[in-house]
Ligand binder design. Structure first.
Ligand code: NAD
Length: 501
């Protein structure tokens, strides 16, 4: 992973680093202090074509490799990532503004575990039993790779999102072209380089670094791309669906979220307060599953607000490379200003506690303080729209029906949590809340063996786990005749042979 140490980042196509033909460059900025981390040469049309061609050329051999061969490469890949764990953590921290504790203890170990998981999963593609479902035939299922996957990822978890897109795709025998977010491309390129170092054949994974509206859109429309897998906003997700229509491509969408955090009157209040603080501030709230709408029973409402506000006040903003720092900046000044704008507007209709930008040495970074917005009406902007920052809106409820109706009153359906000691309430919440994940008495944890993905306008399809193979494989039915008859019994429905010798 040579590029981890170098200043300039290029394309990674066909197992090699190459400069783009555009001569266009952009800078990757450390959000914690505004310093330049690297210069990136931006891809253009030529790089899209070259990368898709490389992926297409690599597809026949890689899709025919045995599961054991693919598994062996992925196992070595996990080991290479482990060797580079600290470099990856530091690079992710610098490009995305994440506290080093988060990248060391969550982003990088999560990515390594995911890689190790898919090394095993590559040998476990499943289908229905081969059997005589008709007396005259044997039916079997083949699960086949789809082809070249065109993938686009966001900036909030650049390394993990690259891993979530690349690993199931290649474990199932596909090849891939990934375009990471233009402001955070470094660890995606490093991830692809590590795969090559582990022995992945050239062309199986390609990374092009460029703008979404140009190279991203072109990749999505490329006729030789068989499937689109996208993680990002619901707005761009809609344009991915339109692009898919051009050649009827398969689509996998992981989009925005606005997770409800429902605290029933029998909840362990202290646990709920801790859960709300961790669940809303992880990655500075730039997490599609982050707790964003606390729906709290009236009897606990003010105590919940006091408890969260008190703990928010103790969260330490600081330099991202300092292991004592709890929360880092937002990803950019532009994004920080958007978050601040939503909070400012909320002051006009709700009770805002905290918020604002810190002074002093942190002023050069895009920091924003944890913010509680109490008494936010369910129809207000702060309660309905994705903020993607360290902001938790809170509203009270009177009875369980109202709480669950509020939880579901959103176009999103990615994740949710319910806090209660009553098993029947917990069961009801898991059944009735329409989202891809419901936690009981916790909020945020993910695990490689279990799927991640949304309902409603949070998208469709699953990342992680063996469920992701449903996205990245095509199921083929193969039917063998067992009768060896020249005229089969069923032919009578089309023509009659009666009277013939
Ligand atoms: P975004 O939609 O603005 O950008 C995502 C990616 O799409 C980037 O790589 C960008 O360059 C590219 N892009 C932009 N316009 C494009 C176009 N016209 N055609 C093709 N590609 C284009 O999202 P973001 O701001 O990078 O990330 C934040 C969003 O991602 C939030 O909405 C968040 O909820 C969502 N997200 C969802 C999940 C999930 O698993 N559901 C995970 C992480 C982030």
């Amino acid at each position: 992973m040579r590029r981890l140490k170098a200043g300039a980042v290029s394309q990674f196509i066909n197992g090699k680093v190459c400069e783009s033909t555009t001569n266009e460059r952009s800078r990757v900025i450390d959000p914690s202090n505004g310093a330049t981390v690297a210069e990136v040469s931006l891809a253009g049309s030529d790089e899209v074509k070259l990368a898709v061609q490389a992926a297409q050329d690599a597809f026949p051999a890689w899709s025919r490799a045995t599961p054991a061969e693919r598994s062996a490469v992925l196992a070595r890949f996990a080991a290479v990532l482990e060797e580079h764990a600290e470099e990856l953590a530091q690079l992710e921290t610098r490009q995305a503004g994440k506290p080093i504790r988060l990248t060391r203890e969550f982003d990088v170990p999560g990515t390594i575990d995911n890689t190790a998981f898919f090394a095993g999963a590559a040998r476990n593609l499943e289908g229905k039993a081969t059997a005589e479902y008709s007396a005259d035939h044997t039916s079997s299922i083949r699960r086949e790779a789809i082809g070249v996957i065109g993938s686009i990822s966001p900036w909030n978890y650049p390394l993990q999102m690259a891993a979530w897109k690349i690993l199931p795709a290649i474990a199932a025998g596909n090849t891939i072209v990934l375009k990471p977010a233009e402001i955070t491309p470094l660890t995606s390129v490093a991830f692809a380089e590590a795969a090559t170092e582990a022995g992945l054949p050239d062309g199986v994974v390609n990374v092009i670094t460029g703008r979404g509206s140009t190279v991203g859109a072109e990749l999505m429309r490329h006729p030789d791309v068989a499937m689109l897998s996208f993680t990002g906003s619901t707005r761009v997700g809609r344009s991915v669906l339109e692009a898919a229509a051009t050649t009827a491509k398969r689509v996998h969408l992981e989009l925005g979220g606005k997770a409800p955090f429902v605290v029933f009157d029998d909840a362990d209040l202290e646990a709920a307060i801790h859960g709300a603080v961790a669940g809303s501030l992880i990655n500075s709230g730039q997490d599609c599953t982050a707790a964003t709408r606390a729906i709290v029973h009236r009897s606990l409402y003010e105590d919940f607000i006091d408890g969260v506000a008190e703990l928010y006040g103790r969260v330490r903003l600081g330099p991202t490379m300092d292991p004592a720092t709890d929360m880092g900046p937002l990803v950019s000044m532009k994004h920080r200003d958007e978050v601040a704008g939503m909070v400012e507007r909320a002051r006009g209709y709700a009770r805002v506690i905290g918020g604002g930008t810190p002074e002093g040495e942190l002023a050069a970074g895009s920091y924003y303080r944890p913010t509680l917005v109490a008494d936010a009406a369910p129809e207000s902007e702060i309660f309905r729209d994705e903020v993607f920052g360290p902001v938790l809106a809170v509203t009270p409820f009177e009875d369980d029906d109202e709480a669950l109706a509020l939880a579901n009153d959103t176009p999103y359906g990615l994740a949710a949590s319910a806090w209660t000691k009553d098993v029947y309430r917990a069961l009801r919440a898991t059944r009735e809340i329409r989202s891809g994940c419901v936690w009981i008495n916790d909020h945020i944890p993910i695990i490689s063996e279990m799927p991640h993905g949304g309902m409603k306008q949070s998208g469709f399809g699953k990342d992680m786990s063996t469920y992701s193979f449903d996205e990245y494989t095509a199921v083929k039915h193969v039917m063998y005749d067992l009768t060896a008859q020249k005229a089969k019994a069923w032919h009578r429905t089309v023509f009659s042979l009666e009277g013939q010798q």
